[in-house]
Ligand binder design. Structure first.
Ligand code: NAD
Length: 475
């Protein structure tokens, strides 16, 4: 059984456990404890205790420790990637990409001496000057989802701790092993005990964090219903909250698109990470004459994708996280067929393998207002729809209650600009399949994809993890 990290010591709470699987084989590889409110309280007390000293540690020292942590992450990139693949299932190449994107946020956070500066206005009024200073907020809780076991924790605690906060991380109970290794490296870098604590578990542990009086801020990434719950509960208990939720991302292809470049980008968007990505392209909408060429090219390219264990060379699509999730995705394919979509590519043949595999699937002729066109499927299922104009395509995308990402493939600057202006999504791609902002920009979901105002990472992250003190001085 893996342990909780409390004040620098790994402890094994005597609690019920859940199995952690290798999704490529279906084997159980570890057990994770389901921590209780008492365990959460121990972690929060440890973070509170460490805060007294850590919040007074000079920013240069905090940043130096983060530089060391960054160097250790680089050194252990292969090991971290293998851990991700082993218990999440994604391919090693995708896992390496995940670690790389996580390190990017650490790179950004290393700029703390610049990022944490306040502002000054001299002579605000007669003989008086005004300044603001940034202070940490206190103990912060981070609650990531299963699909990026290393990258999403790295969106959270490096920025929080470099700003002088202390942290309690509650990793996903399905993929907690990445966070465990991150915490070991964090301690190897020399951070004091209690600055980062880990408490494993599920709903009970999360709810204890949301209501704990000593937790000042909550950073959450996960599904829409849980994001809403976290946002409400944490706010009701007086905490600041950022809660990133689910997604339904539209990819629009105009007739003038460079198809040779668009098809691989669409495939990676829809089937990369087995579709378990909040930036996964979920509905491809062709406009006018693009319909025929895109449909044919997508079918051919999708049927060529290699499905298999993520650690096997050449594999492009790994397994899903659990069998029950695979059953849910299969249910969506059935629902699509009931809603009169047609099967352009049927990946259901892969379900006989050991492990939680499902092949890439394309549902064609997906009509507006249908379940598969609006709900998040979170698997290797791409819906395809065909419309006559860009306006219609934008209208289809805007019907979704989510607003995470939308992408257009076109060679027309005018069309790209119209799309950027009118599509209701916080992350927009132009000829880019996965429009993930770099770590120094905010991860900027809109509508039902985000609850709160300050997004994860970038300068939004700095704002979220600090509070300002404004001083007026007259001598
Ligand atoms: P999830 O909501 O099931 O779990 C997320 C976290 O919440 C986990 O740590 C889990 O332990 C906890 N949790 C689960 N149920 C809970 C409950 N009832 N009460 C309190 N806590 C609970 O999400 P998941 O399945 O792990 O991750 C996939 C989801 O995350 C997808 O919807 C995906 O779109 C979303 N996601 C969003 C982003 C984004 O930035 N918007 C990024 C990655 C993933």
């Amino acid at each position: 059984m893996i342990g909780n990290l409390i004040a620098g010591a790994w402890v094994q709470p005597e609690r019920d456990t859940l199995p952690i699987y290798n999704p490529a084989t279906g084997e159980i590889i570890e057990q994770v404890p389901l921590s209780t409110a008492d365990d959460v309280d121990r972690a929060v007390q440890a973070a509170s205790h460490a805060y007294a000293q850590w919040s007074r540690t000079p920013v240069m020292e905090r940043a130096q420790l983060l530089f060391r942590f960054k160097a250790l992450l680089e050194e252990h990139l292969e090991e971290l990637s293998a851990i991700i693949t082993r218990h999440h299932g994604k391919t090693l190449e995708e896992a390496r990409g995940e670690v790389r994107r996580g390190i990017e946020v650490v790179d950004f956070a290393c700029g703390a001496p610049t990022l944490l500066q306040g502002r000054t206005l001299r002579l605000v009024t007669s003989e008086a000057d005004q300044d603001y200073y940034r202070y940490p907020v206190g103990v912060v809780a981070g609650i990531p989802p299963f699909n990026f076991p290393v990258m999403i924790p790295l969106w959270m605690f490096p920025l929080a701790v470099v700003a002088g906060n202390t942290f309690v991380l509650k990793p996903s109970e399905r993929t907690p092993l990445g966070a465990v290794r991150l915490a070991e490296l964090f301690h190897e870098a020399g951070f004091p005990d209690g600055v980062l604590n880990i408490v494993h578990g599920a709903k009970e542990a999360v709810d204890a964090l949301l209501t704990h009086p000593q937790v000042q801020a909550v950073s959450f990434v996960g599904s829409a219903p849980v994001a809403q719950h976290v946002y409400r509960e944490a706010a009701r208990h007086g905490k600041r909250v950022q809660a990133a939720g689910g997604a339904k991302n539209y990819l629009v292809i105009l007739p003038d698109a460079d198809i040779e470049r668009a098809i691989p980008a669409i495939l990676n968007s829809a089937f990369g990470n087995a579709g378990e990505r909040c930036l996964a392209g979920s509905v491809a909408v062709t406009v006018g004459a693009a319909s025929h060429s895109v449909t044919e090219a997508l079918k051919v390219a999708t049927e060529r994708l290699t499905v298999g264990p993520g650690d096997r060379p050449g594999v492009q699509v790994g397994p899903l996280i659990r069998d029950e999730h695979r059953q849910k995705v299969l249910g969506y394919i059935q629902q699509g067929l009931r809603e009169r979509a047609t099967l352009l590519v049927d990946g259901r043949g892969y379900t006989h393998r050991s492990g939680f595999f499902l092949g890439p699937t394309i549902l064609d002729e997906v009509a507006p207002g249908t379940t598969v066109g609006l709900e998040e499927i979170f698997g290797p299922v791409l819906s395809l729809a065909h419309v006559d104009s860009l306006d219609e395509a934008i209208e289809r995308a805007n019907q979704a209650t989510f607003g995470n990402m939308a992408t257009i493939f076109t060679e027309s600057g005018r069309a790209a600009r119209a799309f950027r202006e009118w599509v209701e999504a916080g992350m927009v791609g132009v000829n880019v399949g996965v429009a993930q902002p770099f770590g120094f920009y905010p991860f900027s979901g809109w509508k039902g994809s985000f609850y709160g105002d300050l997004h994860l990472h970038g300068t939004d992250g700095i704002e979220f993890y600090t509070r300002k003190k404004v001083v007026i001085t007259r001598w």
